[in-house]
Write a protein that binds this ligand. Structure first.
Ligand SMILES: Cc1cc2nc3c(=O)[nH]c(=O)nc-3n(C[C@H](O)[C@H](O)[C@H](O)COP(=O)(O)OP(=O)(O)OC[C@H]3O[C@@H](n4cnc5c(N)ncnc54)[C@H](O)[C@@H]3O)c2cc1C
Length: 366
């Protein structure tokens, strides 16, 4: 039996970053990860973008708190985790309501004409663009550097990641006792950072679930003619999430922006969903889709209000929720990790009270 002060279940970006901050603050912390490597599920499959205006008001406050840590990641990496990208959002005549909703309360957006939008991504068909805006501050995130930087921080402060350690059974008497494929662990505090499996882990521990719904999102990598010089293009998406694209290693990553509810699993793309999304992309651009080089899917897991869940469960002592990261779990991880460490160790959170309250799992009790 191995004892720690904090056991984290899940070695994605949420679990690893929270464990690193807890260890840095002096707590003996162990991460239990089912897979042979950390970051194998949603974390490895993201589009790796930081968008300050992404998500609701609570999310935007967390984005704002994460931004400076991503730019100057002291203790995580020697260089900024961000690099310039920009996000262009376009709308046709049917998408103007969605565009207005997206622009409400947003900061730093610049309105563009169809010609200006097309100048940023020359394969766009200008006749299909009725409105466009540009968020110049949106950035690419180096997810590998961030994940491995947090893992190094964890180890530097005496913490440990145990891979191949699928949690099979959880019980609580004086402390939590967690049985895995590779041993039994005990701790007074357990952080549930199991991503799409968050409610499965809660049920194992006899804790009331929060109604987590994993949603599949797919990505295809398309080859593009070298002459297009795609690497300077921004991420481009439509106001009603019909598709989005982003340059990556001289190719174009295109997502159908699908959001299909599924059970937690090792996700793969549905061919039909991918084909329909690529068709929507083709209609909006002059680039024919002749070949998909590779594709993948990942799970974005949300609770009903699409706000993250962070805080102690009201119905189980020492059981801490860190789930519901949806489509923003990478960019919010720096601030959420600090919050998880602060709350589990009884320190005053750096995020404002209204944000901490909005994240609390207590909202599911009433
Ligand atoms: C296509 C796509 C694009 C995205 N784009 C972006 C983006 O641009 N920016 C952004 O910020 N976010 C983006 N996201 C969202 C982001 O990837 C997720 O929010 C984030 O990775 C969630 O991290 P996590 O650690 O909670 O989950 P995961 O990375 O899934 O980690 C959870 C871990 O828990 C482990 N686990 C589960 N059950 C057990 C168990 N019983 N025992 C032991 N271990 C267990 C799993 O093996 C897994 O490794 C995107 C997601 C997708 C799918």
């Amino acid at each position: 039996m191995i004892r720690a002060e904090i056991i984290v279940i899940g070695g994605g970006i949420a679990g690893i970053s929270a464990a690193a901050r807890a260890a840095e603050a002096g707590a003996k912390t162990i991460v239990l990860e089912r897979e042979p490597h950390i970051g194998n599920h949603s974390t490895a499959r993201s589009a790796a973008v930081f968008i300050a205006n992404y998500g609701n008001k609570t999310l935007r406050a967390i984005n704002a708190a994460s931004g400076p840590i991503l730019v100057a990641p002291a203790g995580i990496a020697e260089i900024s985790l961000l690099s310039p990208r920009g996000v262009l959002t376009i709308a046709d005549g049917d998408e103007l309501d969605d565009m207005a909703a997206m622009e409400a309360d947003a900061t730093g957006l610049q309105s563009l004409t169809a010609a200006e939008a097309t100048a940023l991504m020359p394969i766009l068909r200008p006749e299909k663009i009725v409105a466009a805006n540009y968020e110049a501050d949106a950035q690419d995130i180096d997810v590998d550097l961030m994940l491995n930087g947090f893992a190094k921080m964890l180890r530097r402060h005496g913490g440990e990641v145990v891979t191949g350690a699928e949690v099979l059974h959880i019980s609580h008497e004086v402390e939590w006792e967690i049985t895995t494929k590779s041993g039994v662990y005990t701790a007074p505090i357990v952080i549930n950072a199991a991503g799409a499996w968050g409610d499965v882990v809660a049920q194992m521990a006899r804790v009331r679930p929060v109604g987590l719904q994993p949603m599949r999102r797919s990505i295809a990598i398309l080859p593009v003619p070298e002459a297009l010089n795609v690497m300077r293009w921004p991420l481009v998406g439509t106001a009603s999430d019909r598709w989005y694209s982003k340059p990556t290693a001289g190719r174009l990553m295109v997502s159908p922006a699908d959001e299909d509810p599924v059970a937690p699993h090792d996700a793969w793309p549905d061919d039909m969903v991918l084909a329909e999304g690529l068709d929507r992309f083709e209609q909006a651009t002059t680039l024919p889709v002749t070949r998909v080089e590779r594709s993948w899917a990942g799970l974005r897991s949300f609770v009903a209000d699409r706000t993250l869940v962070a805080g102690f469960a009201p119905d189980a002592p020492g059981f801490f929720w860190l789930v519901g990261q949806g489509g923003y779990g990478v960019q919010t991880a720096p601030a959420m990790a600090q919050l998880a460490a602060d709350l589990t160790l009884g320190n005053a959170p750096k995020l404002p009270d209204w944000v901490v309250n909005a994240l609390s799992p207590k909202r599911f009790s009433s």
